[in-house]
Write a protein that binds this ligand. Structure first.
Ligand code: RP5
Length: 180
């Protein structure tokens, strides 16, 4: 279940992806696309696909094992419930893994958060907030890592922060309601 087909034979050559975005199910896409949107906005070469720890274990290990060789600088992995995808990818690669807990139906993503954040010492996963904010921040974090060696990207990230600052400073509040 690939969301975006990988380059087909004869297709226009894509730049080598620097950031891989993977998720346990197509049902994670509404959340995880927040990461992809930012990578697109910043012009960071990336790829994205479904990669389920439980339903595609062999493919997951192959992806993790090939990540460094393919030039990935970071992997953003989102999953919900028993969210083993980020941790198991991290177990098989030294490429930094950024974990995004996807909200789950019964426990609102707390299960996803605990599954991702409670890694044993020695195999880290950088864990972000539950949901869309976490997916967006994972992308911004990957961009910040890449920006250390890319002046153009660093300037774009500074400008992004400036726009946020400007928007926050322009915020106004309505008058307080009279006490009852
Ligand atoms: C996890 O199970 C996925 O990451 C998803 O968040 C959750 C539910 O998957 P579906 O049943 O919607 O495919 O592995």
């Amino acid at each position: 279940m690939t969301l975006k087909p990988m380059a087909k034979a004869g297709a226009k050559r894509q730049p080598t992806p620097l950031v891989g975005v993977v998720m346990g199910s197509a049902s994670d896409w509404p959340v995880m696309q927040a990461a992809v949107k930012l990578l697109v906005e910043f012009g960071v070469a990336h790829e994205f696909q479904v990669l389920s720890a439980h339903r595609m274990p062999d493919e997951m290990f192959a992806y993790a094992e090939g990540a460094a060789k393919r030039g990935l600088a970071a992997i953003i992995a989102g999953a919900g419930g028993a969210a083993h995808l980020p941790g198991m990818i991290a177990a098989k690669t030294i490429v930094p893994v950024l974990g995004v807990p996807v909200p789950s139906r019964h426990l609102a993503g707390l299960d996803s958060l605990y599954s991702i954040v409670q890694m044993p010492k020695g195999i880290p996963v950088a864990t972000f907030a539950i949901g869309e904010a976490g997916a967006a921040n994972a992308a911004l974090f990957a961009i910040a890592m890449l920006a250390r060696g890319d002046a153009v990207l660093a300037r774009a990230l500074e400008a992004f922060r400036q726009r946020q600052n400007k928007a926050a400073r322009a915020m106004t509040l309505p008058p307080a309601e009279p006490a009852a």
